[in-house]
Unconditional design. Structure first.
Length: 255
């Protein structure tokens, strides 16, 4: 891999965008390498995956030089190129392990989409988010799928129709970001969140994430029914049985 770096430290896997000279812009190679790294970590023993970036910016969006080189390419080639990034978004959603974006600096356009495709977004206090595609005649086509689910219609349309820039705290206030950490605490607190997720029983995490996103496709009644099955299945796992026994044992000891 030349644009992405993948590492693992115990139960925590990490994927790092490694094109700081290009503000970690997304091209076909980067998208393919992201998908490859995500798949590799999904099959590995790690329990959580962090997604971060080299340099001062998380990701400036699509590589416009790469898009310019494709201006005269046939439509099918354009579709295949777009599919590569769509595959990344889909892979994150389909993975049974949580994926956490660690965002410093700018996360614009496809970069904002990449962050919001993750299950949790931890933002540095100086992080900035924007969907400026419309200002160059482009459409924030795939990223709207995640954006609408994160912030709702009114906020989402405001962002994609104006391209305005959000500071980290405003992004958190509308639901685009999970938590915002101050500069001095960012690395420490982000690592603490990753460790907490890594220490969660994998069977419970997998079932929780799978059902969480499955609810998008279900009616209320069907969602409750799916929850009943997931509830019953969880009761049969060793992690649940051990957890219940630990809890009840502590309560007995406290009396």
């Amino acid at each position: 891999m030349k644009n992405v770096r993948m590492t693992a430290e115990g139960p925590i896997g990490r994927i790092t965008l490694a094109r700081p000279d290009k503000k970690n812009a997304l091209d076909r190679v980067t998208a393919d390498e992201l998908a490859e790294a995500l798949f590799a970590l999904s099959e590995s023993p790690v329990n959580v995956v962090a997604l971060d970036a080299d340099g001062p910016d998380f990701c400036a969006g699509a590589d416009l030089a790469a898009l310019e080189a494709m201006l005269d390419a046939p439509r099918q080639a354009q579709i295949e190129d777009a599919k590569a990034l769509g595959h990344v978004y889909h892979t994150i959603r389909r993975m049974e392990k949580p994926v956490v974006a660690l965002v410093k600096g700018r996360a614009y356009a496809g970069g904002a989409g990449l962050a919001s495709a993750c299950d949790i977004v931890l933002a540095h206090e100086d992080a900035r988010f924007a969907y400026p595609e419309i200002t160059i005649g482009f459409v924030p086509a795939m990223v709207m799928t995640m954006l609408r689910r994160s912030v709702g219609e009114k906020h989402a349309f405001d962002l994609v129709s104006t391209g305005r820039i959000l500071k980290a705290e405003e992004a958190r206030s509308i639901g685009l970001v999970s938590r915002v950490f101050a500069d001095k605490e960012f690395d420490q607190l982000s690592q603490s969140v990753l460790r907490q997720l890594a220490d969660t029983p994998p069977s419970a995490m997998s079932a929780t994430k799978t059902l969480f996103y499955k609810l998008d496709t279900l009616s209320f009644i069907d969602a409750i029914s799916a929850g009943i099955i997931a509830n019953a299945d969880a009761r049969a796992t060793p992690a649940f049985r051990e957890g219940v026994k630990r809890f009840t044992s502590r309560n007995k000891d406290a009396k």
